[in-house]
Design a protein around this ligand. Structure first.
Ligand code: SAT
Ligand code: MN
Length: 589
């Protein structure tokens, strides 16, 4: 067994980063408690109100270290081509030369934690082992909440030799000396200079998406930025769906939705809220597992009315990061549903004076998935759950209809490939600008995305029972800036339409962008939404699509002749149809 290999690697990196001591994590509750103690003592954590929030803590990060830093994230492959135009690239030799120096002595005076962890359910053929070495107790404790630490990893290792090593050091936390490096050819991760979630919890984006997307292409499976949910219908039957949305765009809310149609027997069960590993089973169906064991969700906007399930998930044994704190030691954030109380401390621990947000817009909660009151009974099924529908979504205040069904797999892949999204606070940079974010994977696909599209097409060909593909948009706004669609628990109405499409029951009209719901096909009973508003939400805005199609063209051009013919053809078809509809339009006007 390769515990020896792990030991060899740990010896090598500790010789070089020179920690004061090395602690191996076996995943026990006592170890977790010890980590918490260490952090309470040195001020890394603040204990929250033990009555209202037992086992909950607040961590305030360096103010310059609060989100993923995509500009400091690199794919280090032998050739630049392999990383594609969608990634920052460094050669492995350059990366190791340059960043290796930063790791020299970087753990001096600190404890090095060695964290073997399993991504995926124990006993699953989909699951994989990683080992993270870190000098951050916050990262170590977060790994206990987000992954399966210790023995599940070693038990899994006996049956395979593969493990993904991840070296992490806080370094000096300066963005000038911050690098998130991936060496997919040798399945290695190096991260220095950040303690933030997606930069530092290496099991998540670095392994389960970037390294895994590379492995998945080689091995014929998929690693996707998707939640997984089970939709129970009035007959008690569950249909599983996987949905890709960019960071901070409502995946956790959708995965934990309390259905507005619960009395009619429609309800949602949670399997995962961020990442799906998907493979084709013997019967040619697509099956998904959630590689994670916890949620790292956005706090602002989470409330008893928007996501009561999340609120119950995080009322104990949760680490909060960069939220505000009340004088009673309660966590607080904007959109929590209560007015800011007197004596509030902002996310930096300063007395809040009412200007600017009290909680950081990307403040987070980290909680074990098993605490979720609606966690699905199959969430740890080693075989995964059968996926019947794939949903792509993103924030778009205009153009994109409430829901559209792709005409077929190729068209659906094109829909995902051309997807645009408004940026959010989950990554540094401007918020609210539309960029292309194919399948919500732009920051996470470690290879040329043209090849990624080809992989999607190939997976579709290999499946006997392809999931149907849908595009949704909860974020359309009226001119006055108000959301057109109520969202949250009401999104069940869209899931219901999707389900009825799968069952051949719901009506749709075919347009050049896909199947749109027929008038009244979406169940809006009990909602105060006018038929005019519904018309706007399901309309095809031809001029808007001209512009959208141009933006897709500009994005696709980056990939030159690597772009799969099927995607180019779908795009050309959209162009042709736009022309036809222009002709038609001028004739009828
Ligand atoms: O910080 S994470 O990358 O884990 C969350 C996100 O941006 O999706
Ligand atoms: Mn995410």
């Amino acid at each position: 067994m390769s515990r020896k290999n792990v030991e060899r690697w740990v010896e090598e990196v500790s010789g070089w980063t020179r920690p004061r001591n090395v602690v191996w994590c076996n995943g026990t509750r006592q170890e977790y408690a010890d980590l918490i103690e260490v952090m309470l003592r040195d001020g890394t954590l603040v204990r929250l109100n033990g009555k209202a929030y037992p086992g909950c803590y607040l961590h305030r990060s360096d103010p310059d270290d609060v989100a993923r830093t995509e500009n400091l994230t690199f794919i280090c492959t032998q050739g630049k081509e392999a990383a594609g135009p969608n990634n920052n690239w460094m050669s492995p030799a350059d990366a190791k030369g340059k960043v290796g120096k930063l790791f020299e002595g970087s753990m001096k005076g600190r404890t090095m934690y060695v964290i073997p962890y399993l991504m995926g359910p124990p006993g699953s053929p989909s699951s994989k082992v990683g080992v993270e070495v870190t000098d951050s107790p916050y990262v170590a404790a977060s790994m206990y909440l987000m992954t399966r630490v210790g023995s599940p990893a070693f038990e899994h290792l006996t049956s395979s030799d593969e493990f993904v090593p991840g070296l992490h050091s806080l370094g000096d936390l300066s963005p000038d000396r911050r690098f998130i490096l991936h060496f997919p050819e040798e399945r290695l991760i190096w991260s220095i200079g950040s303690g933030y979630g997606g930069n530092a919890l290496l099991g998540k984006k670095c392994f389960a998406l970037r390294i895994a997307s590379w492995m998945a292409r080689e091995q014929g499976w998929m690693a996707e930025h998707m939640l997984i949910l089970g939709l129970e219908d009035p007959t008690g039957h569950k249909t599983y769906m996987a949905a890709a949305f960019p960071s901070a765009s409502g995946k956790t809310n959708l995965a934990m939705m309390v259905s507005a149609l619960e009395t009619e027997g429609y309800r949602v069960w949670t399997v995962g809220d961020d990442i799906a590993w998907l493979r084709i089973d013997e019967e040619g169906r697509l099956r998904a597992v959630n590689p994670e064991a916890g949620f790292f969700g956005v706090a602002p906007g989470t409330s008893i009315s928007t996501n009561p399930v999340a609120m119950r998930t995080i009322e104990r044994d949760t680490i909060f990061t960069n939220v505000a704190m009340t004088s009673d030691g309660y966590p607080w954030w904007e959109g929590m549903g209560t007015p800011p109380p007197q004596g509030l401390l902002d996310w930096q621990g300063r007395s809040w004076n009412g200007s600017g947000p009290a909680a950081h817009p990307n403040s987070r909660f980290t909680a074990p998935a098993r605490q979720c009151p609606i966690i699905d009974s199959d969430w740890e099924n080693p075989r995964g759950v059968v996926i019947s529908a794939i949903i792509f979504g993103s924030r778009r205040s205009t153009l994109i209809p409430l829901v559209t069904e792709a005409l077929n797999w190729e068209h659906g892949v094109f829909m995902g490939a051309g997807m645009g999204a408004e940026t959010t606070a989950a990554a540094t940079g401007k918020v609210g600008v539309v960029r292309r974010d194919p399948m919500a994977m732009l920051p996470f696909c470690s290879y040329n995305m043209a090849e990624y599209f080809a992989h999607w097409l190939e997976m579709g060909r290999r499946m006997k029972h392809q999931p149907r593909i849908f595009r949704v948009n909860w974020f359309r706004k009226e001119e006055n800036g108000k959301f057109l669609w109520p969202g949250f628990g009401e999104n069940i109405r869209i899931l219901k339409w999707i389900l009825e499409r799968l069952q051949g029951k719901a009506g749709a009209r075919e347009t050049f962008i896909g199947h749109l719901p027929e008038e009244r096909a979406i169940d809006v009973h009990g909602l105060t939404i006018s038929s005019d508003q519904m018309e706007v939400l399901t309309r095809v805005d031809r001029d808007g699509w001209e512009k959208e199609s141009d933006e897709m063209a500009a994005f696709f051009r980056m990939f030159g002749d690597k772009l799969p013919a099927a995607i180019a053809e779908e795009h050309a078809k959209l162009r042709r149809n736009l022309k036809v509809s222009t002709l038609h339009h001028s004739r009828t006007n």
